[in-house]
Design a protein around this ligand. Structure first.
Ligand code: FES
Length: 103
């Protein structure tokens, strides 16, 4: 099952959780109080901008609305994603992400 570690922007807070069935990163953050900030939750503000430090291949590819926001802030997938949009594939994998904005 995917194991995901969320890190705050300064790396001081880390939370590692299991995601047995994959799914939305935002749901994992909510369920486990991960140190990733959110605002709009609908691919418009970029508050949830994250860097994928490890395991980008365990995420489904970004859809158009996420790509538009990433492009607007000059952030390129697969290294950068939006936590309100990114979804984990089901199956094995280790993912480590770091917030780009303060939690
Ligand atoms: S919370 Fe606004 S783009 Fe993700």
């Amino acid at each position: 099952m995917p194991i995901v570690t969320f890190e705050s922007s300064d790396g001081a807070i880390k939370k590692t959780v299991a995601a047995p069935n994959g799914g939305a990163l935002a749901d994992l953050c909510d369920d486990h109080e991960a140190p990733i900030p959110f605002s709009c939750r609908s691919a418009s503000c970029a508050t949830c901008h994250i860097e994928i430090l490890e395991g980008a291949e365990a995420l489904l590819p970004p859809e158009d609305e996420e790509l538009d926001v990433l492009d607007a802030i000059d952030a390129k997938p697969p290294k950068y994603r939006l936590a309100c949009c990114a979804k984990l594939k089901a199956g094995a994998g280790t993912v480590r992400v770091r917030a780009q904005n303060e939690y």
